[in-house]
Design a protein around this ligand. Structure first.
Ligand SMILES: Nc1ncnc2c1ncn2[C@@H]1O[C@H](COP(=O)(O)OP(=O)(O)OP(=O)(O)O)[C@@H](O)[C@H]1O
Length: 470
């Protein structure tokens, strides 16, 4: 394609823009007003992705991978539970869980929950990919240990951003909705309290900076009275040096026998070093490996077109001929994505455009609409959608094939876009648009790399098009 260099430049620009987005409240009614903060550039992208990933997972991410226990506490034998009843929870908590539609514990919850709820409490470091049920596990732990008759904060949870803290708070509110007297406090920027205030709520959720100020400088609550301390999104947290220091200062103020828990979606050496520094006393370390993605069960096609307009026409034929559930269309540049979104909308499709020039609040709204199936098509660039798995998507269109920064075929991204986890996972359909010698060569390279044929499809041939949908 002629605009490749230009495309790469736009994507670089997009990456920079994305990283400069200020933090904006997602639900202004829910919580205190907020002044924007200016986190480091790297951190911003990670934080944004963490939030979008969290939002897209309205359901558990299914996994067949086995849980590994990397470090055990010899004094507390590990076992797993297959039901929430087996955990001897308070009735109102069990009611809360069922009201959220949880029937059985997820893979990580099966093993983590018996340890998390054991007495005497044990510290834990747990890693598993986004959407596998970590938040629910630690929220349940905090709620099962809170005593609403005691008018002071007993559980403390810190997360890297205001929005992530709110998402956790939403979980606490949902799961704790039958605990009548439960009071949740948000310790986030913009929430102002008078000097001398003594907090009498039970559970604090906040960001490291504000929690540090409230606990150590303003003494709004007593860290020594905290029984459960949770550090969530540790991999995002470490991207900001200040957050690491603040987390360690908070942790040092806690009692030695306070239960300390750390959760992370990824497992890198740096994260684990931080985890071991902040979670003392021989914690149990558990890990749920991410399942490999594969192209099994994916039907792959390519369509030859003359140019971008031709690609649009071909797409239009396909969407008009077969019934497609939810689909994602990847474009190389923001400009192509916006152009295509406009054309498809004019044709009457309900289309969402996820683009890096939008604020995180706007992107979150688009993700939520797509998650709720208000839009069936999500058009995006790779930069914006990186790392976001959308399980419900059955058709993926590469309007432009993925290329690396130096314009080589990007196999990893290709696999990530269209691959599925689990050999017996859902069936999928991938449609690749080709409009130049170079994009054809990219397609051939992809075919060779994965050792799988990508069938040619004639988008004008209705009968053929209808066949792929069946
Ligand atoms: N046992 C369960 N049964 C059914 N659904 C569940 C269960 N546990 C969690 N969920 C749901 O699955 C989704 C993902 O769970 P959760 O947010 O706890 O994952 P997570 O691992 O914390 O993800 P992230 O790393 O993005 O924070 C949520 O919509 C949650 O409500």
């Amino acid at each position: 394609m002629a605009d490749l260099d230009w495309g790469a430049a736009v994507d670089t620009q997009e990456q920079t823009l994305t990283s400069q987005i200020n933090r904006i409240a997602i639900d202004k009614n829910r919580s205190p007003s907020k002044s924007p903060s200016a986190p480091s550039q790297n951190a911003a992208t990670k934080e944004d992705s963490a939030l979008l990933r969290k939002l897209i997972h309205s359901k558990l991410v299914s996994t067949k991978a086995d849980l590994e226990v990397l470090q055990k506490d010899p004094n507390s034998p590990l076992y797993s539970v297959k039901s929430f009843e087996a955990l001897n929870l308070k009735k109102e908590l069990l009611d809360g869980i069922y009201s959220m539609g949880y029937n059985t514990p997820s893979k990580i919850q099966e093993t983590a929950l018996p340890v998390l709820l054991a007495d005497p409490p044990v510290n834990m470091i747990a890693q598993s990919q986004s959407g596998t049920g970590k938040t629910a596990a630690f929220v349940l732990t905090m709620l099962s240990r809170v005593d609403t008759n005691q008018p002071y904060p007993q559980c403390l949870c810190i997360a890297p951003t205001y929005e992530l803290a709110l998402q956790i708070g939403k979980n606490v509110e949902d799961m704790g909705k039958f605990m009548k007297d439960l009071q949740i406090i948000y310790a986030v920027r913009g929430e102002r309290l008078d000097r001398g205030t003594k907090l009498n709520g039970h559970l604090i959720i906040g960001t490291p900076g504000t929690v540090c100020d409230w606990a150590l400088k303003l003494r709004f609550f007593d860290l020594k009275k905290i029984n459960v301390f949770v550090l969530d999104e540790a991999d995002v947290m470490i991207a900001t040096q200040g957050h690491q220091d603040q987390s360690i200062r908070i942790q040092r103020g806690l009692r030695k026998d306070c239960q300390m828990l750390l959760f992370s979606a990824t497992y890198e050496e740096e994260v684990m070093r931080f985890a071991q520094a902040v979670i003392p006393n021989n914690p149990i370390v558990i890990r749920l490996r991410r399942e490999e993605q594969s192209l099994d069960n994916i039907k792959q096609y390519f369509i030859e077109c003359a140019d971008a307009e031709g690609k649009f026409q071909a797409l239009s034929n396909i969407y008009g001929s077969i019934s497609i559930g939810q689909s994602m269309i990847f474009c190389a540049t923001r400009r192509t994505a916006a152009w295509l979104a406009e054309k498809m909308t004019k044709e009457g499709h309900a289309v969402g455009l996820l683009s890096g020039d939008l604020s995180i609040e706007q992107r979150a709204a688009i993700i939520n609409r797509f998650k709720d199936a208000k839009e069936k098509v999500l058009i995006t660039t790779n930069v914006t959608a990186r790392g976001i798995d959308v399980e419900q998507v059955t058709v993926v269109v590469n309007f432009d094939l993925p290329l690396t920064q130096d314009h080589k075929p990007d196999f990893e991204t290709y696999l990530h876009r269209i691959g599925r986890t689990g050999r017996f996972g859902k069936k999928g359909l991938a449609i690749n648009m080709v409009d130049s010698r170079q994009s054809f060569a990219t397609l051939k390279a992809i075919e060779k790399y994965f050792g799988r044929k990508v069938e040619k499809l004639d988008a004008e041939d209705m009968e053929e098009v209808e066949k792929i949908g069946s």
